[in-house]
Design a protein. Structure first.
Length: 252
């Protein structure tokens, strides 16, 4: 069986996007890492939010081996993944005004915390209002989005603004409008989205930069180890005990 030409093209497209992000967003990723390290050093808490498939890179940095133990998922019920029925409900909820404010008002976030908001398009009401309300509450906001959408689409928020307009730091994933890297004769729709691959890499790069900044200050980064290696559970238990007041996924 011969190799798949289209699969190879997708890998090439994804690698090209990763190289662009590495080279063009290096300064912003470093700034995001510094902001995270500042928050950790000051006793603040870390949160990540994304709706729909943008929730996948947010979940990727929460409670995982090699990740910062202090990163918590800020979940909006019904928008976290395709497990909600019908799946289209999650997309509809992203366009509901006022939902972000209700979540922040009833959630654990407070002034001095940091929130990473992931939204590929950055055009829906939920991520825009999440950023606006979080900053009003005194949180530092990092936005991970595709700037191309601000030029190729119209905002669905009443202000006419996008996520990028309400963040302290913006990281551009470079994903083209439509999030599909390939086209092919006989296939009517463009296909092979790369946003999850690229955005997850941005998130992990940000975490690596944060760990680098923390150790430069003489602070041991509160990282988790794999539970599938010897000593991992004991290590994680120590970290979770030391930082239990800033970890919310282990409560309840």
């Amino acid at each position: 069986m011969s190799d798949s030409k289209l699969a190879g093209q997708f890998f090439g497209a994804a690698i090209g996007l990763l190289e662009r992000v590495r080279d063009e967003e290096a300064e912003n990723i470093a700034a995001a890492g510094t902001a995270i390290a500042d928050t950790v050093a000051a006793g603040g808490r870390l949160f990540a939010f994304g709706a729909g498939h943008s929730s996948l890179p947010a979940q990727d940095v929460v409670y995982r081996a090699g990740g910062l133990a202090l990163m918590n998922l800020l979940a909006v019920p019904g928008t976290v993944g395709v497990d909600v029925m019908p799946a289209t409900l999650g997309s509809a909820l992203e366009r509901v005004d006022g939902l972000a404010g209700a979540v922040l008002d009833s959630g654990p976030t407070r002034a001095g915390d940091l929130l990473v908001i992931i939204s590929l398009s950055g055009r829906n009401a939920l991520p825009v209002e999440m950023a606006m309300n979080a900053r009003a509450l005194g949180l530092k906001v990092i936005g991970v989005t595709s700037v191309a959408y601000t030029e190729g689409t119209r905002s669905r928020h009443s202000s006419g603004g996008f996520l990028r307009d309400h963040c302290d730091i913006v990281l551009d994933s470079k994903i083209a409008v439509g999030d599909a890297e390939l086209t092919h004769k006989g296939i009517e729709a463009p296909f092979a989205p790369a946003s999850t691959v690229v955005t997850s890499a941005i998130m992990q790069g940000m975490m690596a930069a944060a760990a680098e900044r923390l150790v430069e200050r003489g602070i041991e980064p509160p990282l988790l180890r794999s539970g599938n290696v010897d000593g991992g559970h004991e290590w994680n238990g120590r970290v979770m005990t030391e930082y239990r007041d800033r970890i919310f996924y282990r409560q309840g």
